[in-house]
Design a protein around this ligand. Sequence first.
Ligand code: NAD
Length: 254
Amino acid sequence: MSSQGVALVTGAAQGIGRAIALRLAEDGFDVAVNDIASNSENLDTLVDEIQKKGRTSSKCIADVSQEEAVKDMVEQVVKDHGGLDVMVANAGIVGKNLSFVKVSGEEWDRVMNVNSKGTFLCYKYAGIQMIKQGRAGGRILGASSLAGKQGIGTQAAYCASKFAVRGLTQAAALEFGPHGITVNAYAPGAIDTPMIASEPGMRDAIINEFTQRSPLKHIGVAGDIASLVSFLAKKESQFITGQTISINGGVFFD
Ligand code: NAD
């Protein structure tokens, strides 16, 4: 298959980002994959897997909350692959489960820096590059959440950070639309990834709660999100922009 273009997926070493990177490679994209240094080995494995699918791939270690790092990452992708057509700003962290009044300023900054500022920086430098290169059909995608549509009492900072992604997505869609670039976000419900197992007992509690709440009676897998992103990255999605699309097994209706 001839190349469909160049994609960059952040937070790709595991979970949803990994599934998206592999799916975009199957769709014919050359895929650069990003994560932080502590997840570097998993990125090496992923680069190998993408190359085995017959696509080019490269590893970009960068903390998406650092402006210079994001700028350099986009420049490196352009050097390695000749441009950037799809940016998937997927990297994110969950907050500590805390009562609203126990959330410290430091915890607020930690979560907002990665989830909101990191997404903003990825949108910004992807937009700059896509406008500069002047190819039609740029696609910018971000990770919101069910928690970006409806508050969760013990995740104040995380909820705020994911609501922010929706605002960023709308603002960027307005500015980049005249250049033929669409900007959308996905808002997953509970998806079985390392994130939902980051505290002891958390995975079982989430599976129980969301299995009950879903009319489909199961939680999601990373491939469910990759299927949506695969469509949003394609030319056929060209009339969708500024949207944050719920993908949550029906636990919440917009
Ligand atoms: P995950 O924790 O399994 O993977 C996230 C990846 O992001 C990790 O590889 C991590 O190392 C990387 N990362 C963290 N901070 C980073 C930084 N500063 N710079 C670059 N990379 C960084 O999580 P996941 O479940 O795959 O989630 C992916 C995205 O989807 C996140 O934005 C998350 O908030 C969102 N989301 C997940 C769920 C879910 O139930 N799993 C639900 C709603 C939204």
